[in-house]
Design a binder for this molecule. Structure first.
Ligand SMILES: Cc1cc2nc3c(=O)[nH]c(=O)nc-3n(C[C@H](O)[C@H](O)[C@H](O)COP(=O)(O)O)c2cc1C
Length: 210
């Protein structure tokens, strides 16, 4: 097979590779029993497993490694402004020195203006405003240094989670089924550090259920 050499392709070294994944708001429980919210987007799902990546030095990560459970609250387009209010904050006190531009925030629910709901199977609360709330337990955690790619002190941890309970707003569920209606679900996406919503529908796969 002859290789085609596209003349308009550039070889670049972008500082990040956030190519577009949904914004997930991880709720965890702090050591004092209060709740923390970690906005993140390095997440993907396969069956009932969700794999996430968190850089070191965060409160959500410390809580996850200690309590081994959390809720993955999927943000909707309408939650964008509140997500960005949380963006420069951390539940860590003090905030690690290398996280420049961040401040400590002990009450992220109030800052975002969201309501906490009790979960059924984990101790962390859910975010009522999130259209999908996935209660999950940690199956595995792999710690890695990040120096090879970036100067941060923290490294990162890949966590494999098992979802044990799914909550969905009734208006995104096809009546009488357990199927999410993608025509009504409006996830918020994080694309190279910008927020995007869902564009017009382009079609379905042969395996689509609705
Ligand atoms: C939209 C968005 C996406 C983010 N994605 C990630 C991510 O995938 N992994 C990560 O470690 N941090 C991510 N962050 C940064 C964390 O939210 C940030 O480190 C925060 O201070 C963590 O809060 P915590 O220390 O209370 O857990 C993201 C932030 C925003 C606003």
């Amino acid at each position: 097979m002859d290789m085609y050499h596209a003349p308009d392709t550039l070889q670049i070294r972008p500082s990040i590779l956030y190519f577009g994944t949904p914004v997930v708001l991880i709720t965890t429980r702090n050591p004092d029993g209060s709740a923390n919210i970690t906005p993140m987007s390095s997440a993907w799902a396969l069956a009932d497993r969700v794999t996430i990546g968190l850089t070191g030095g965060g409160q959500g990560l410390a809580n996850l490694l200690r309590e081994r459970e959390c809720v993955l609250n999927l943000a909707s387009e309408s939650m964008r402004e509140a997500v960005e209010r949380l963006a420069p904050t951390s539940g860590c006190d003090p905030v690690p020195a290398w996280k420049r531009g961040y401040r400590h925030e002990p009450d992220k629910f109030t800052l975002a203006g969201w309501r906490a709901l009790p979960s059924l199977r984990v101790s962390a609360p859910r975010i009522a405003e999130a259209p999908l709330q996935l209660e999950a337990r940690v199956l595995d955690a792999i710690e890695r240094p990040l120096e090879a790619w970036r100067g941060d002190a923290g490294g990162y941890v890949t966590l494999e989670l098992e979802v044990c309970q799914v909550h969905a707003h009734a208006d995104i569920v096809v009546p009488g089924t357990s199927h999410i209606d993608p025509r009504r679900y409006r996830p918020l996406f994080y694309v190279f550090r910008h927020y995007y919503g869902v564009g017009p529908a382009l079609g379905r796969t042969f395996k689509a259920e609705v």
